[in-house]
Design a protein around this ligand. Structure first.
Ligand SMILES: [Zn+2]
Length: 188
């Protein structure tokens, strides 16, 4: 449909900067798509374009600026939580690299994973029972519940909504500048 050479690239060697960030009608980031998909959604009148890349594509009859950030005209139900992989790195991202007991931000190497209800008391290893903790808090809490240790969590534990998925697709430091104001929980 488009003359890819017009933007000096091929569809196969696209860089993240030529992709588009899709926001929900509520401005919540949903996912990242190719510029082709972004233009198709726009032709279908499903999205409005909020930001552009400084690149163009030519079709037979017209030239189009490539969308960088697009917004759904109708609200869509965000991707289900079970689509977010449960792993140490995603727990850190959900918790913004902050110890959930002392509320201090740490580098990943200084963080640990803590079972809120200890594994020894049958606490499961899942999104709602695992939090980010610094080494000192993890040691102090030891094999106790937050109540027993008198170490309350500074916010309730919830499964993450969407960001870890986006972070894995495009790391925060590689996201185009135009995306940053829409990615509210970026780790940088
Ligand atoms: Zn701590």
């Amino acid at each position: 449909m488009f003359a890819a050479e017009a933007i000096g690239t091929t569809t196969r060697s696209q860089t993240p900067s030529l992709k588009a960030l899709i926001l929900n009608a509520s401005y919540e980031p949903l996912r990242i798509v190719s510029w082709q998909k972004a233009l198709i959604l726009w032709f279908q009148d499903k999205v409005e374009i909020l930001e552009y890349h400084t690149k163009f594509v030519r079709s037979v009859s017209a030239t189009f600026e490539l969308p960088s950030v697009i917004r759904m005209k109708k609200y869509v139900k965000p991707k289900r939580i079970d689509g977010v992989r449960f792993c140490r790195e995603n727990v850190y991202i959900r918790d913004l690299f902050m110890c959930q007991y002392c509320c201090v931000k740490f580098a990943a190497k200084d963080l640990t994973i803590d079972h809120v209800i200890p594994a020894s008391q049958n606490g499961p290893k899942n999104w709602t029972n695992v939090v980010t903790a610094c080494r000192a808090c993890n040691q102090r809490k030891a094999n106790r519940t937050p109540e027993k240790a008198k170490m309350p969590l500074f916010k309730p534990v919830k499964a993450p909504a969407w960001l870890p998925v986006l972070e894995h697709e495009v790391p925060a430091d590689k996201a185009p500048p135009a995306w940053k104001e829409y990615l509210r929980f970026s780790k940088t």
